[in-house]
Design a protein. Structure first.
Length: 303
């Protein structure tokens, strides 16, 4: 079954087109990444999926329920962790989660609430007022609120922004477990190493359009596979190698990252460096990671 179906979604704000015909499908049980720089349209798309924003054109369905025409059923299928720390200062953690359960018509939910709090290390804060919690603890409660009705689809919008390492590890352990149990997870994050570690497929947005949509392995194969980082002690980089330069590491023309499609190419590159009179005193072969892919795609080098 398709968990999320986004079809030709467009959205404008006062003449600015935030989404320009976005289409993508997230399958049930996937761990899906939605990446892009600031202003790419990620939060607008998430808000549209959550039914908080009406698209100007196109449609979004959650488990077959349209988020506009069948909002109530679509919302039951979805748990969203927003970027902003939004909370009611008049309730304790447990009261907040009970109220959230009530919004979805769920009674006698304390067993699941206790399990969620335990997995997010909130148990000892259960009876603490929300306004007395640290930012990191409030973030945990937001996650708990999104999970309180056991939604089959979980959307995490920058869930670890500005939080400590302990919360990241706690969160990913619990979310990873829920994904293994069949929950669909959609993640937006600026921490690309998180996306690389967790996501099976990734969509990259740029200026309101999907510019890449593939499995993590597919993206890694699609973009130059490795980087040969060389430090030139003396001499200069030969002109014949300029086309391979992906990055001037220190900006002064002595340390370069060169794109390499296969390890067998390294010997030829070193030979050209020697022939050009360049003396290399440091060298490292690095596999391309999601950050390399992201930079190349956002710069338009890999289409």
């Amino acid at each position: 079954m398709t968990a999320i179906q986004i079809s030709n979604v467009e959205k404008s704000y006062k003449g600015f087109k935030a989404l320009k015909g976005v289409s993508l499908t997230v399958e049930e049980g996937e761990f899906f990444g939605l990446l892009g720089p600031n202003g790419a349209g990620k939060t607008t798309l998430i808000s549209t999926v959550a039914g908080l924003i009406r698209p100007d054109a196109g449609s979004v369905q959650i488990h077959g329920h349209d988020v506009v025409t069948d909002f109530r059923e679509a919302r039951k299928k979805l748990g969203v962790v927003p970027q902003e720390l939004v909370f009611d200062p008049f309730f304790t953690v447990r009261e907040t989660l009970r109220l959230q359960s009530g919004y979805f018509g769920i009674k006698n939910n304390d067993k699941w609430i206790d399990e969620v709090m335990e997995n997010l290390d909130l148990t000892n804060k259960a009876d603490v007022n929300m306004r007395a919690l640290s930012g990191g603890m409030k973030r945990r409660v937001l996650v708990a609120q999104a999970l309180v009705h056991k939604p089959p689809v979980i959307v995490l919008d920058e869930p670890t922004a500005g939080v400590d390492v302990e919360l990241r590890q706690t969160l990913w352990k619990f979310i990873g477990r829920l994904n293994r149990e069949g929950h669909t997870v959609v993640l937006t994050t600026h921490y690309l190493e998180e996306a690389e570690a967790m996501c099976q497929r990734v969509a990259m947005l740029k200026l309101g359009k999907v510019v890449a949509l593939d499995s993590m392995q597919g993206l890694l194969r699609r973009v130059s596979g490795s980087q040969l980082v060389v430090h030139i002690k003396s001499g200069a980089l030969p002109e014949s190698l300029r086309a391979l330069v992906s990055h001037d590491e220190n900006g002064n023309g002595s340390r370069y990252s060169l794109r390499v499609n296969a390890p067998s190419e390294v010997e030829g590159i070193l030979a050209r460096l020697r022939e050009g009179g360049a003396v290399v005193d440091e060298m490292q072969l690095q596999q391309a990671d999601l950050e390399d892919i992201f930079i190349q795609i956002m710069e338009g080098e890999a289409q």
